[in-house]
Write a new protein. Structure first.
Lengths: 501, 328
């Protein structure tokens, strides 16, 4: 063979650590940006990335992957999928692109932090491919929705959302800034790649890809499964970093980052992916409930990988699993109720058949969330739509930036978990959110939730119209019921049948 | 209450819609993607004063190099991810074709042992400064105030990994052909101690900790990279040709293609910065500050390139011309 195998020279390409002389080591790798927790640089030599690739292989494979993704898009451009798609599916696309595209771009900066400040050369090289991957994901997820701008103003939010003060955008920024954009290299390796990408993006991308194929949106399906193949490669940056920390007596600190990462990811997925899977996806195309997805992809996946690494399950594990039964239902109810404040049209997803499915998947749903939807349904049937719309703002969690909410109706368990820190009272959705704050209050101390801003007079006039202006949402962009309330008609028929009987 | 006219769909992103020209793919996927620049007082949707927030406020937002609209920057090559891979896959097919063919023909067996000894000292340790360039490009990428700048720096980081890969590959081949010369073994010691590298080592170590984003960019793209490229790629490539090392000469040409692209975006960015009064002094100040270290690095390295005697003079002239050509 005239060409050497990769294994013959790979180690040389990652033999690039040296001892600096003209600046101090601590200056070259400042703790603020590198976060190696005092583990000596020589110990990081043990870092061994499990997924190895090289530059020539990367550009070849990625070129092929792009050719495939773009050709599916080109081939299906004239199929008018969007004109024919279920309205709930369109809402999924809008919510997804708006919440994800610029977040992916922020992940490029996080990968760049590992490329510059990562203590191990193998990590720095893999993160260089990670930078390229995230650059790809941002570009694909801008290019694909862009063509829909001309037919639907809400698609503008694929680019606009992160630049706005819309509440879900604030929540996404707060989450992703805390998970990776504003973290040091080692924390990024753990929180972005290990905690977020191995479990949660897998679920978002594989789950949504399956749903997309089911509803016939092959463009989106091939797009996000192509993205996922990159994620599953660079998601492996974190594992060996955890191993080095564990081998050097930093189990507690390492674990803490995993726990914070999973907890933060769970909340944002609860509000974005939960409603998408259990309410927006047309009933006939649902494969699994959100809870079943969470059990399989998050609980199963993390239990295996945490145990493999010698880490303990998070202290809040049972509590989080308990939340799978209700938290996303509560978020969905809130998103639908405050629908003028989002850039997509939430699908209520509570027609008689859909409610049967919800009751089957979540026994007791009718007695709790169903009670709220009963009232909403009644108002819709009376034509009293105004009564189904908000006039005020909810109390928002100082960690997730999402409304503090839980089970309504007969299972009522809504409560605030407050904390007084340096004279200010913070409010949290659960003890998990409060625990994250307590790990490093300086990261969160002076941040204001959208409700704090409202109370501080930053939102004028202090009513819904002022809030919409502050969120940069105008008619034509503001959300409304995805099906134009058609789902309620089936209830009218049922009521009529019952009366007749 | 008056009925507000609903917003109508636009042909493109609202932030591009006021322009007359239909946006290109490059503009659609590359412009205004950093949201952390939106609020100058708080880069992140978190507390404005914790250490990383302070880092961005100080080294990005408070940079002495100022511009009202960094987002107006455009890469003159308009590279997007899709075209980057097409271009570089083609380039790598060429390079690996060369490596394949020349290895088949026994290229290394025909090299003189004296030249191989020079390669062990002057070529193989280059993976350290190349990697430093890769790291610093990633720093510029994460700190730049516009996504169109960050993208150029990201592709530049990847190109640096490309050069690092070529160097590692060739080091292994040379180790196979010339056992006993320390290929694959002595590079770190040479980089850390050999006089030939100490100028570059001092330059890259200090440059890596120039934290202001614009100083980091200036130092990397107008000083470190051109100095390194003119000596360790072009100068060494010339010496290689003189010694019958066709492969290294061709490899140098392939890498300089990337370097030329990097200089094009760097020139464009400097040109844009100079639209703002006062920036010329800032840039000039940085160039004056870093040039002496670059000259020392160039002279220390080029002194060993007996077969490319004009290297130092030409490298310094190239840097000076690059700076003058951009107007600073």
């Amino acid at each position: 063979m005239a060409i050497l195998e990769r294994s013959k020279w790979y180690d040389l390409a990652r033999a690039t650590n040296w001892t600096p002389r003209y600046v101090a080591e601590s200056e070259l790798f400042p703790e603020t940006m590198s976060g190696s927790l005092g583990v000596e640089r020589s110990k990081w030599e043990a870092y061994d990335e499990p997924y190895k690739t090289s530059y020539p292989e990367y550009v070849r494979i990625q070129r092929e992957k792009d050719a495939a993704a773009y050709s599916v898009k080109a081939a299906l451009e004239r199929t008018k999928l969007l004109e024919n798609a279920a309205p709930g599916w369109l809402s999924i696309l809008k919510a997804h692109y708006g919440a994800i595209a610029l977040g992916e771009y922020a992940a490029m900066s996080a990968e760049a932090r590992m490329t510059r400040f990562g203590p191990a050369p193998g990590m720095r090289n893999m993160a260089t491919f990670g930078m390229l991957d995230e650059n790809r994901h941002a570009q694909l997820q801008l290019y694909f929705p862009h063509e829909h701008c001309k037919s639907d103003r809400q698609f503008d939010w694929a680019h606009k959302a992160y630049h706005s003060n819309e509440w879900a955008a604030i929540a996404a920024r707060h989450t992703f800034d805390d998970l990776f954009l504003a973290r040091d290299a080692i924390s990024i390796a753990i929180m972005l790649t290990f905690a977020f990408e191995t479990g949660f993006t897998n679920m978002q991308f594989l789950g949504l890809s399956a749903d997309a194929a089911e509803v016939g949106d092959y463009t989106f399906s091939s797009l996000i499964s192509s993205i996922q193949t990159d994620e599953s490669r660079h998601a492996q940056i974190g594992g060996p970093a955890l191993q080095v920390l564990l081998a050097n007596g930093h189990k507690e600190e390492a674990q803490k980052r995993v726990y914070m990462g999973i907890a933060r990811a769970w909340r944002i997925f609860g509000v974005l992916t939960g409603p998408a899977m259990d309410y927006y996806t047309p009933l006939s195309h649902r494969k699994q409930s959100f809870k079943e997805f969470m059990q399989e992809w998050i609980v199963g996946q993390f239990e295996r990988s945490l145990i493999d690494l010698g880490l303990d399950l998070p202290w809040y594990w049972d509590k989080m699993i308990e939340e799978f039964d209700y938290q996303h239902h509560a978020y969905h109810l809130g998103v639908w109720f405050w629908r003028p404040t989002v850039w997509w049209n939430p699908a209520a997803g509570v027609s008689p058949d859909e409610r049967d499915w919800l009751e089957e998947k979540y026994p007791g749903w009718n007695d709790t969330f169903g009670k709220c939807w009963d009232v909403i349904t009644e108002n819709v049937l009376k034509g009293n739509i105004d009564a189904t719309k908000p006039e005020t703002l909810p109390i928002v969690c100082n960690m997730s930036q999402l409304p503090i909410c839980a089970v309504p109706g007969n299972g009522w368990n809504v409560r605030d978990y407050p904390l007084v820190h340096e004279g200010r009272t913070y409010h949290f959705n659960s003890e998990i959110d409060r625990w994250i704050f307590q790990q490093d209050p300086s990261r969160y101390r002076d941040h204001m939730t959208v409700v704090d801003r409202f109370l501080a007079g930053m939102i004028q006039p202090p009513d819904l119209s002022g809030a919409l202006k502050y969120m940069n949402l105008a008619p034509g962009e503001m959300g409304d019921d995805a099906d134009n309330y058609a789902w309620a008609e089936a209830w009218r028929n049922i009521a009529a049948t019952r009366r007749a009987a | 209450m008056n009925q507000i006219e609903p917003l109508k769909p636009l042909k493109t992103w609202s932030h591009l819609a006021t322009r007359r020209r239909k946006p290109s793919e490059y503009e659609i996927v590359s412009t205004n993607l950093h949201y952390s620049t939106d609020n100058p007082d708080a880069p992140f949707e978190l507390d404005p004063n914790f250490p990383i927030a302070r880092w961005f406020r100080q080294y990005r937002n408070a940079s002495p190099l100022r511009h009202d609209d960094w987002n107006a920057f455009r890469d003159p090559d308009e590279v997007v991810y899709r075209t980057y891979n097409m271009q570089q896959d083609g380039q790598e097919a060429y390079v690996f074709g060369l490596l394949d063919q020349l290895s088949e023909r026994g290229h290394d067996q025909m090299l003189d042992a004296g030249w191989a000894r020079q390669l062990a000292r002057l070529y193989a340790p280059a993976r350290y400064p190349i990697h430093a360039i890769q790291m610093q490009s990633a720093y510029v990428s994460q700190m730049a105030p516009a996504s169109t700048i960050s993208n150029c720096a990201t592709y530049q980081a990847a190109d640096s990994l490309r050069w690092l890969t070529h160097t590692a590959y060739r080091t292994r081949e040379l180790a196979n052909s010339f056992p006993g010369l320390g290929f694959g073994e002595n590079e770190r010691t040479l980089w850390e101690d050999d006089i030939v590298w100490q100028g570059f080592r001092e330059l890259v170590e200090k440059s890596l900790v120039a934290w202001d984003w614009a100083e980091s960019f200036t130092c990397l793209n107008l000083i470190v990279k051109p100095a390194f490229e003119e000596c360790v790629i072009r100068g060494l490539g010339d010496a290689a040709r003189h010694n019958g090392d066709t492969l290294l000469g061709l490899l140098a040409d392939a890498q300089l293609r990337d370097a030329e692209r990097h200089r094009r975006w760097a020139r464009s960015l400097v040109k844009m910065a100079l639209e703002q009064p006062g920036n010329v002094d800032v840039l000039r100040g940085w160039i004056d500050k870093w040039m002496p270290l670059a000259i020392a690095a160039i002279e220390a390295y080029a002194a060993q390139l007996a077969d490319a005697p004009d290297t130092a003079e030409r490298a310094i002239a190239t840097l000076t011309e690059l700076h003058r050509g951009t107007g600073c």
